[in-house]
Design a protein around this ligand. Structure first.
Ligand SMILES: [Zn+2]
Length: 125
């Protein structure tokens, strides 16, 4: 393989924080999806909106080397109600990069449930 294009985390991956401000978090934060309480995934972020915003915030917060990544989000998991003793993350998602020569899988995890008017600080690794 040829890595003449040096952008991308294939050489320079580091973990970083992705901070989503309170206003945006209020827009995309997990909400009750259905009244079916037997459903395991009854809380979910707003479809389509959150994936677009995660791409935006990723690019604003990542290192120069990672800006070339093209993230593709499929699923996410919400642990609601959140019990830190049982679950490591309140929200967790693992997008793949679709860029040729990278194909990196990222892990986005939020280790707490933000309060009202509090932003969401994801760990990206
Ligand atoms: Zn990539």
């Amino acid at each position: 393989m040829c890595f003449s294009d040096v952008e991308g985390p294939i050489r320079n991956h580091t973990s970083f924080e992705m901070y989503i401000d309170p206003e945006m978090w209020e827009t995309i934060k997990p909400r009750l999806k259905s009244t079916d309480l037997s459903s395991q995934h009854k809380y979910t972020m707003t479809a389509s909106t959150w994936t677009n915003e995660f791409v935006n915030y990723f690019r604003q917060n990542c290192t120069e080397a990672m800006k070339g990544c093209k993230l593709y989000f499929k699923q996410h998991k919400v642990n609601e109600p959140f019990n830190p003793d049982k679950a490591q993350y309140y929200v967790y998602t693992t997008p793949n990069c679709r860029r040729e020569g990278c194909k990196m899988q990222y892990h986005f995890g939020l280790t707490y449930k933000p309060k009202i008017n509090e932003g969401a600080r994801f760990i990206v690794r």
